[in-house]
Design a protein around this ligand. Structure first.
Ligand code: MN
Length: 145
């Protein structure tokens, strides 16, 4: 029981900061794998983030240009439009040229990291992503540390 309470307190302490109006920070998750969406969604929701999901790069651009997004998690391998192309397009949008983007890839080819960063991603994480590392990266990019 004590352990559970301690864990809950720890969770509360680690929750994401809200913006000045007290709204949750919104993360756009662009990912085509349902199992990954589920995992990321439950984990990040528990940390106090609001998650919006897109299943391909095209949808990601649609959502990012119409909603207010604090950060984007961009899978690279997606159908219709991949993450590279989506990042390149997003970076040309004046409204989105500074939104932090974390590229995620299972490919992990040599040069992948450089390619993602050159396209305009702020960070690159290879899958499988350790959830703790993901949250730390997000918090750092959102200035929550
Ligand atoms: Mn994918």
């Amino acid at each position: 029981m004590i352990k559970l309470i301690n864990e809950m307190l720890e969770m509360e302490k680690n929750k994401a900061l809200s913006d000045v109006e007290g709204n949750k920070r919104v993360i756009l998750l662009a990912e085509d794998n349902e199992a990954n969406i589920e995992t990321f969604n439950s984990y990040l929701s528990a940390f106090g983030y609001e998650i919006m999901t897109a299943n391909n790069g095209m949808q990601a651009i649609e959502i990012a240009t119409t909603a207010t997004i604090d950060l984007i998690l961009m899978d690279i391998q997606m159908p219709i439009m991949d993450g590279f192309e989506a990042i390149l397009i997003l970076r040309k949008e004046p409204k989105l040229d500074r939104v932090p983007i974390v590229a995620l890839t299972a490919l992990a080819l040599v040069g992948d990291r450089e390619r993602c960063l050159a396209a305009g991603a702020n960070e690159y994480l290879s899958k499988p992503v350790k959830m703790k590392l993901l949250v730390n990266t997000i918090r750092e990019l959102l200035g929550e540390t």
